[in-house]
Design a protein around this ligand. Sequence first.
Ligand SMILES: Cc1cc2nc3c(=O)[nH]c(=O)nc-3n(C[C@H](O)[C@H](O)[C@H](O)COP(=O)(O)OP(=O)(O)OC[C@H]3O[C@@H](n4cnc5c(N)ncnc54)[C@H](O)[C@@H]3O)c2cc1C
Length: 503
Amino acid sequence: MAPKTGDGYTWTRDAGVIPGGLECDAVIAPRRSVPATARLYDVIVIGAGYSGLIAARDLTSQGLSVLLVEARDRIGGRTYTIKKDGFLYEMGGTWVTHHMGYLFREMVRYGMDRDLITTGSPDMDKGFYTINVPGAQPRKLSHEEAGNMTTRAWDAFVNVDGQFGRTLCPLPHAQLDNIVVDRTVVEKWDQVSCQERFDQIQHQLTAEEKGLLVSLLLHISGGNMENSSLWDMIRSHALLMHSSDNFTDVWLRYKLRDGQTALAKHMFDEAVQAGLDYAFSTPIDSITQPPSTDGRVIVRTVNAEPFQAKKVITTIPLNVLKDIKFQPPLSEGKQEAISIGHVNQMNKIHADVGNPELERWNGMRFPGKLMYGYADGVLPNGDVHLVAFGADERTSFVPERDPENAVEEFNALHPMNVKRMIFHNWSSDPYSQGGPAWWRPGYMSKYQDELQKRHGNVFFASADWAHGWRAAIDGALEQGSMSAHTASKEVVKAKRREASSKL
Ligand SMILES: Cc1cc2nc3c(=O)[nH]c(=O)nc-3n(C[C@H](O)[C@H](O)[C@H](O)COP(=O)(O)OP(=O)(O)OC[C@H]3O[C@@H](n4cnc5c(N)ncnc54)[C@H](O)[C@@H]3O)c2cc1C
């Protein structure tokens, strides 16, 4: 029987909202592979998202003993694929590109770099776009016209130095402390919010361009204009090689044909073959480094089950870390960073609709709880698949509690017959408490170094504070592999020291 996850929701008019029960190859059964007698692991990895999977895979492939502990019933964290009626639904992280070096390397390793599909339809230009913003009549237009307006507005927004950020963020994987730009210059720009920057340039834009820009910024940040940092947009533009020509190709075009879960599964399977122990549906409650244990770390589950290791790599997301008890306590800076957290509380909802005319449609509406809708394929039964995005609407929009509101929002984007919705609420999920991390103004300058710092023998790896593709799969892989590299070097060195002292 196909594995089913407890995560996610489905809605149909007849059945209403059903939590979980969706087919998902990311589910690991049996959920546990841990020897009966307790052992001292070389490394415990907490969290089986991409940060944790690459760490576990790299460490086991070097012959180290590793335990992977995960709160959910599945691998993938904020990236997983649901299978339903012959169609793949990406519930979180979706788009891939060769511009993401850590990710592309994994795609090549598992022979998935050419197994791509594109979002939308190959002849999208035969379709149409709809726009509905304040100060302009709602209307239909071509994708090309919408693209041109978006580019004009986005370019005006990110072009803070007249060179599209090249002088400020020439090296997006080294935003602070690089060889070209003085840190104090970056720190100054980092204080600016999206709203402040928008106020500087909005006079250059038409009503439609303003609507397109603000909704795009909120679609990306998942927050609001005041709490979303301009810097993260400058960084994102730098990662597009400082050119909006690359916007769609890098961010929104290519998907893995077999789904994100297929890639995550390759990594997990390789680690298991190399001897990985694991425990799923096992949330962690505390991480302790008692002074009496010679540097050992004790990781306790919510059921008080202890696991011990020489090193721990936690990949617990930024907004969840406040729920974990650390002993000795974390540094004041880390605690402060964790208590502030990130601002991304985005919505992503899939809808299958009985409207063939929407196969080549994209549309936007601002303001709206769902601001952007994209056509993304056709199901075997002929229904068109759409995916829609909104920003932080937690106070008035909880799709699993009020699915009719979500159906209304789809219809406000464009009239349609929504037959089914499939989604994950990343905000109400206790193990994410938000989407991909988007930072507040000033947050990077103050907390990036602090978040990346180790705490004794505990390493912190997450896409949420990555150097380059922060808030993306690539950032998760960057952080997981970096932490695994340092942890393994130290474990191997200690083993050698121990072996030579016995001679
Ligand atoms: C809606 C959405 C769309 C996105 N789109 C894209 C995209 O198109 N392209 C892209 O590159 N990126 C995208 N991202 C971002 C990307 O998915 C994430 O940045 C990345 O998956 C994060 O990986 P991670 O390993 O750092 O964290 P996670 O995937 O969150 O992994 C952390 C793991 O820790 C576990 N955990 C949490 N608490 C505990 C605990 N107490 N005990 C044990 N385990 C715990 C969690 O269950 C989780 O499995 C998107 C994200 C979302 C949510």
